[in-house]
Design a protein around this ligand. Structure first.
Ligand SMILES: Nc1ncnc2c1ncn2[C@@H]1O[C@H](COP(=O)(O)OP(=O)(O)OP(=O)(O)O)[C@@H](O)[C@H]1O
Ligand SMILES: [Mg+2]
Length: 112
């Protein structure tokens, strides 16, 4: 199993969620976060306004998946979150050791 963390632009959340739903992703976590990349301290456009700040609002998606769909999820994230402008974000892929569904005690891919 893999744990995929994607930092994306807030306005790309809805199309990304829709595309992930289409391939049957059963669960994910979304957080509003702040961050910066390599343009730290430089201007970046956010919803039409220019902010000269270090931290910019982003969305963090966290998705635990069966290893077999990892490449498909990465491809969807890369395609749907992409605008071609700076600040489009990053995808981090971590090995996931265990998952437990608290209600039933199921573990592993059965708990995804
Ligand atoms: N090395 C990193 N570690 C953790 N989070 C990061 C890292 N790089 C970027 N992020 C997160 O991703 C967000 C978007 O980063 P961003 O797309 O600006 O990266 P970048 O390397 O500057 O690429 P680009 O040149 O396309 O802007 C940041 O605001 C931050 O939340
Ligand atoms: Mg950047």
């Amino acid at each position: 199993m893999k744990y995929i963390i994607a930092i994306i632009k807030p306005h790309r959340l809805d199309p990304t969620r829709d595309a992930l739903a289409e391939i049957g992703i059963n669960g994910l976590t979304v957080s509003e976060v702040q961050g910066y990349g390599r343009q730290r301290g430089q201007k970046e456009i956010y919803r039409g306004a220019e902010y000269e700040v270090h931290f910019l609002p982003k969305i963090k998606l966290e998705i635990a998946v069966d290893s077999g769909v990892t490449e498909q999820v990465i491809e969807i994230l890369q395609r749907t979150a992409h605008t071609g402008q700076i600040g489009d974000g990053k995808i981090f892929v971590l090995d996931l050791g265990e998952v437990v569904r608290i209600r039933t005690g199921e573990t592993g891919t059965a708990a995804l």
